[in-house]
Design a protein around this ligand. Structure first.
Ligand code: PEP
Ligand code: MN
Length: 263
């Protein structure tokens, strides 16, 4: 699936989507962009609208919503990235579509069928994240809501499921590695993995990334922040620039070992 300019999901190349949890400021996005360029990354997370588990940071994010998209316009023209933006509510769709190359439907909205339908009708590629309590059947049912609208530019995303026995509080979800070969067996759409949101815990992100690549993923979402502790939300989750660089090096080697490629 060609996102444009030769950025292809589902063939030999594994696409890396990286960036901070949310678009916090222009200067943050610029710093991250320089790091991504340095690591040959083509797709940036540009989430200016965020669903938040706790409401306490919503003020900061509500101040930067459409402004955040304006910053993403600047970033995009300067760095030539493809931009992924989450659509949380229908009222933001028009603004997001002016900038984003890929829409993300977050796990919490996986079964928001009206949102799925309207997002599908934009004809933009859509990353559909699996809800953390969803069976494979419900995940595929949600995906059908996009496909029946005639939008076949669908990218599925495994981002961890709720488990009663996750090892520590910092590990909120468990990445369902087994769903990767399972989906590959029954479904022709590209499949990506989000180790950052699955583990919620940066030290585990590299191993989950390597496992996802080895299991056959077509892309990976990685949270990156110059100073993770300062992240508006979920500060335990992002990799810093040094950790990200290291992760990319090993990821490239693993991709090669399974006959895939990361540029
Ligand atoms: C995200 O990608 O920032 C996000 C909120 O993901 P999820 O919907 O998987 O929690
Ligand atoms: Mn997040």
């Amino acid at each position: 699936m060609d996102i444009g300019d030769g950025v292809i999901f589902g063939k030999e190349e594994i696409q890396i989507i990286a960036g901070p949890n949310g678009v916090e400021s222009y200067s943050l996005m610029r710093k991250v962009s320089e790091c991504l360029k340095h690591n040959k990354i083509k797709i940036i997370r540009g989430h200016a609208y965020k669903p938040l588990t706790f409401p306490y940071r919503s003020k900061q994010y509500s101040e930067t919503q459409s402004l955040g998209m304006d910053w993403m316009d600047e970033i995009k023209s300067e760095f030539n990235f493809k931009v992924v933006t989450e659509i949380t509510e229908l009222k933001y769709l028009d603004r997001i579509c002016k900038t984003a190359d890929i829409l993300q439907i977050g796990s919490r909205n996986m079964q928001n069928f009206e949102l799925l339908r309207e997002a599908a009708n934009t004809k933009l590629p859509i990353i559909l994240k699996r809800h953390f309590g969803s069976s494979l059947r419900d995940f595929l049912g949600a995906a059908e809501h996009i496909l029946v609208e005639g939008n076949k530019r669908l990218i599925l995303c495994e981002r961890g499921v709720s488990m009663p026995h996750t090892h520590r509080e910092t590990s909120r979800f468990a990445l369902d590695i087994q769903v990767i070969p399972a989906l590959k067996e029954i479904c022709k759409y590209p499949l990506i993995s989000d180790p950052s949101h699955a583990s919620f815990w940066a030290p585990w992100v590299p191993s989950l990334t390597f496992a996802s690549i080895a299991a056959g993923c077509d892309g990976i979402i990685i949270e990156v922040h110059p100073n993770p502790k300062k992240s508006f939300v979920d500060p335990l989750q992002p990799l810093n620039f040094h950790e990200f660089k290291k992760l990319m090096k090993t990821s490239r080697a693993i991709a090669k070992a399974v006959k895939r490629k990361i540029y």
